[in-house]
Ligand binder design. Structure first.
Ligand code: KG4
Ligand code: ZN
Length: 343
């Protein structure tokens, strides 16, 4: 039985988790920084690293306490080494290295994107390969073909904005609070998502790549024309015109994500789909994936909301693959803000 302490600090969540035997989560603690960044409508890197510094010690201690685990009982320390904000990554990485060195516990340096891809396995350890993984978050919108465990082939990425980033920017423009995704999700329920027919970006040459920047601009133009830009929060949330606008935007994003993922599955002959990352929290997206998967005879796995947005349990889940191979990181391993996943 192996027990891993994992740390995640790649963006604006300071998180630590203790996980046993791949998927048995003993604790998962997340200190969100939404309050720090809300007034700026997006993550401010310098403020994020400072808050990580304040939170990392207490968050790790709380994860150990909740798991009734002493540091000395941990078999390895896993930590996100990229991609992400360099200052944020360094806080978690330095803390993990210090504990690893002090206690002579092996260090595992983990790719944040592999963490997201492994997140559905926490609650469904028996998922079979090959699988198609859609990682859809604030920083990424990518498709990976996973032919077998721990093997990733990058099939598609976004050419401009990530889907979550588009949610956040559209919300900010309309005067809705940060992060925009959860608010748009909430106020779109019951609104008319057919109100505005936005055009979906179509790539040339059978490419599976995504693009959300044009859609974001189309929403902006429409909002400006209809006098909905830069409203105050309460008015924006209650306005039927805003709710119909964001519901139509959300529907376009969801249709694009679902259709492209299913196209990738057909092309590669894959019938298992993994959907991960903060945007996988979106209820409209979850319903659409469930319906489309049932209609196409695919199995779709989406983690519970607590494992979709950034968390350390998913980093632990990914780290077991390296732990079992004995692929430990040296103490001079560096953070990599632009780390890629797969070939
Ligand atoms: O995975 P995550 O916590 O961080 C990154 O690795 O980027 O994802 C954060 C993103 C934000 O853009 C946020 O607006 C979006 O996920 N998000 C949502 C929802 N919940 C979070 N987007 C749409 N609907 C949601 N319910
Ligand atoms: Zn993430």
């Amino acid at each position: 039985m192996a027990r891993i302490l994992a740390i995640e600090s790649s963006c604006d969540e300071t998180a630590a988790a203790v996980v046993e035997d791949r998927c048995h989560v003993l604790s998962s603690v997340i200190a969100s920084q939404d309050d720090v960044h809300a007034k700026y409508g997006g993550v401010v890197p310098e403020l994020a690293s400072r808050r990580h510094l304040e939170c990392i010690g207490p968050v790790v201690m709380e994860a150990l306490e909740r798991a009734s685990t002493r540091l000395a009982d941990v078999d390895a320390i896993a930590v996100t080494r990229g991609p992400g904000l360099i200052g944020s990554l360094l806080v978690g990485l330095c803390a993990a290295k210090a504990m690893s060195w002090q206690l002579s516990i092996p260090l595992l340096a983990i790719n944040h994107l592999e963490g997201h891809v492994r997140s559905p396995f926490i609650e469904n350890p028996g998922i079979e390969f090959p699988a198609m993984a859609l990682v859809v978050s604030g920083g990424h919108t990518s498709l990976y073909l996973c032919p077998s465990e721990g093997v990733y082939r990058a099939l598609a990425r976004t050419r401009d904005d990530a889907a979550g980033e588009a949610f956040d920017k559209v919300a900010k423009f309309l005067g809705l609070p940060y992060p925009g995704g959860p608010v748009i999700d909430r106020i779109s329920e019951g609104a008319d998502e057919d109100a505005i027919a936005f055009t979906r970006a179509v790539m040339k040459n059978q490419s599976l790549d995504f693009s959300f920047s044009g859609l974001k601009t189309a929403v902006r133009i429409r909002a400006t024309a209809d006098g909905l830009a830069h409203g105050d929060r309460a008015t924006a949330e209650g306005s039927k015109a805003v709710r119909d606008l964001v519901a139509s935007f959300q529907r376009t994003v969801v249709d694009t994500l679902v259709d492209t993922t299913l196209r990738a599955c057909r092309r590669e002959g894959v019938s298992t789909v993994l959907v991960a990352g903060g945007v996988a929290n979106n209820r409209r997206l979850r319903r659409a994936f469930e319906e489309a998967a049932a209609a196409a005879g695919l199995r779709v796995f989406m983690p519970s909301p607590r494992y979709t947005t950034d968390n350390a349990a998913m980093i632990a889940a990914a780290s077991f693959l390296q732990f079992e191979r004995g692929a430990f990181a040296p103490l001079d391993v560096n953070a990599d803000a632009n780390l890629k996943l797969g070939a």
